[in-house]
Design a protein around this ligand. Structure first.
Ligand SMILES: CC(=O)SCCNC(=O)CCNC(=O)[C@H](O)C(C)(C)COP(=O)(O)OP(=O)(O)OC[C@H]1O[C@@H](n2cnc3c(N)ncnc32)[C@H](O)[C@@H]1OP(=O)(O)O
Length: 223
C-alpha cells in the first residue's frame, strides 16, 4: 500500500466506495471518513462528510490521503484532477491481495482491488480502477480514468484509451488497442482495434449495430 499511515478520506459513498474502504482497512489503513450520500441508504462505520468540498477541507486540514471511489469514469477522473490541482495527496491504492509489478507505473488515484494483477512494464494513468481479480498483463498501456471491471483481462501489450470501460470478464487480446471513451461489454473477446467511443460485445467482439445489420440481411441475400 502506498500512502503511509496517516489516514484516508474516501470520496464516494456507494458500492465501489464500500469495496475501496474494505481494501484500505484490510491493508491496515485507517479510513477517517467517506463523503457524499449513500445511494442505497447503507449505513457507515466511519464518519460521513456531506460533500466533496467538506472532504477537501478535511483532507487539507489534517494532511490526510484521498482516494476517489466513484464508479463513473468521468466523475472519478474530474475529482482526482481537482485533488491533484489542489496539491492534496492522492496516492495509488493497492489491495493486500493484489500483485503489482515493481516495474509498472500507477497514476495518481489509481486503485487496484483484491486479487487483481498488474504486470511489468505496464503504465496506468490517473484515476484508473483495476477491479477485483482483473488482470493487466505486461507491457499494457491504460489511459486516464479507465475501469477494468472485475475479472477482465488485458493481455500483453494491449492498450486502452482514456475513460474506457472494459466490462467484467472481457478479454482484450495481445497488442490489440481499444480507443478512448469506448465500452467493451461484459464477457467480450476483443480481437481487433476498437475505435474511440465505440461499444463492442460478444466473442469476437463487434458493435451491437453491426450484429443487427448482419442478422437483418435477407436470407441468402448479398450484403
Ligand atoms: C463491481 C462491479 O459491479 S463493476 C461493474 C462493471 N460493469 C460491467 O462489467 C457491465 C458492462 N456492461 C455491459 O456489458 C452492457 O450490457 C453494455 C454496456 C455492453 C450494453 O449496455 P446497454 O447499452 O444498456 O445495452 P442493452 O442492455 O440495451 O443491450 C443491447 C443489446 O446488446 C446485447 N448485450 C448487452 N450486453 C451484452 C454483452 N455484454 N454481451 C453480449 N451481448 C450484450 C443485449 O442482449 C441487447 O441485444 P438485443 O438488442 O439483441 O436484445
Amino acid at each position: 500500500m502506498t500512502g503511509g499511515e496517516t489516514g484516508w478520506v474516501v470520496l464516494g459513498a456507494g458500492g465501489h466506495a464500500r469495496s475501496v474502504v474494505d481494501v484500505l482497512e484490510r491493508a491496515g489503513q485507517t479510513v477517517v471518513a467517506v463523503s457524499g450520500d449513500s445511494p442505497d441508504g447503507e449505513s457507515w462505520h466511519v464518519d460521513v462528510v456531506a460533500d466533496d468540498r467538506a472532504a477537501f477541507e478535511l483532507i487539507a486540514a489534517r494532511g490526510l490521503h484521498a482516494v476517489v471511489a466513484i464508479g463513473s469514469n468521468p466523475a472519478r477522473t474530474r475529482l482526482v484532477r481537482e485533488l491533484v490541482q489542489r496539491g492534496l495527496s492522492v496516492p495509488p491504492v493497492v489491495a493486500s491481495t493484489a500483485t503489482v509489478s515493481t516495474r509498472s507505473i500507477l497514476g495518481a488515484g489509481t486503485v487496484v482491488l483484491e486479487h487483481a494483477h498488474v504486470g511489468p512494464s505496464s503504465r496506468l494513468g490517473d484515476a484508473v480502477v483495476v477491479n477485483t481479480a482483473a488482470v493487466v498483463e505486461h507491457d499494457c498501456s491504460v489511459g486516464v480514468g479507465v475501469h477494468v471491471a472485475p475479472g477482465a483481462v488485458l493481455l500483453g501489450g494491449a492498450s486502452v484509451g482514456d475513460g474506457t470501460l472494459v466490462g467484467s470478464g472481457a478479454r482484450v487480446l495481445p497488442l490489440v488497442s481499444v480507443g478512448a471513451g469506448a465500452t467493451v461489454g461484459a464477457g467480450a473477446v476483443v480481437t481487433r482495434h476498437v475505435a474511440d467511443g465505440e461499444t463492442v460485445v460478444g466473442a469476437p467482439a463487434t458493435t451491437p449495430a453491426t450484429r443487427a445489420t448482419r442478422d437483418d440481411r435477407p436470407l441468402g441475400g448479398t450484403p
